[in-house]
Design a protein around this ligand. Structure first.
Ligand code: FE2
Ligand code: FE2
Length: 195
């Protein structure tokens, strides 16, 4: 395949695919992703490309998504089967090369695939996206102290644990059960695993 479109073109395309509020969220994700990529010596352009695109299929993941994903070779987790909206990252992963009109590295697709539940194989860019998605400036459930606490982590893995602990607290209050893949990611990092 050919060389993919540039960031600006992808941003314009995504803008037409999602609601304005979600687009503003995506811009916030890009901002935090760039910052984290720079801090950890990764490509901030790659992180931005992934960040702007991650929620492009947020409004298209309906009841048909599980079968569609499986038909495209994407494993569907039980929690996603029950709540297909969670598969918007998987749909984005499947459509990424098409929408980018060219080659997309596999780690771009892996990152968007796992941004919602997290996964021990989501990679460094997946970690950046996961963190940025949770704490971008538009997220009103966090205050400055929470953001500082997350960013005080020395490694991306530490930040993910801080986020999952915060989320766990919220889940307990709301009576929500975390997904098995999320629990697996948590244990993986706690056991010394790196992304
Ligand atoms: Fe998302
Ligand atoms: Fe998002």
């Amino acid at each position: 395949m050919s060389k993919r479109i540039g960031y600006t073109e992808l941003e314009a395309k995504v803008r037409g695919m999602i609601k304005e509020k979600r687009f503003v969220h995506s811009l916030g994700v890009v901002e935090v992703s760039r910052m984290l990529a720079e801090r950890f010596g990764l490509s901030s352009d790659d992180a931005a490309y992934i960040g702007i695109y991650h929620d492009a299929y947020r409004y298209q993941a309906d009841g048909t998504a599980p079968a569609y994903c499986r038909a495209h070779g994407v494993e569907v987790f039980p929690e996603e089967e029950k709540e297909p909206m969670l598969l918007h990252g998987a749909l984005a992963a499947i459509h990424f090369p098409q929408d980018a009109e060219g080659d997309v590295p596999e780690y771009f697709q892996t990152a968007v695939r796992h941004h919602t539940l997290g996964h021990k194989e989501m990679g460094r860019y997946g970690a950046i996206l996961y963190i940025a998605d949770y704490m971008e400036p538009g997220r009103k459930h966090l205050d400055d102290d929470d953001r500082r606490r997350i960013l005080s982590g020395e490694r991306l893995e530490d930040m993910i644990i801080t986020i999952m602990d915060m989320q766990g607290e919220y889940f307990r209050k709301e009576g929500i059960k975390s997904a098995a893949v999320s629990d697996e990611l948590y244990r993986f990092i706690k056991d010394g695993g790196t992304l």
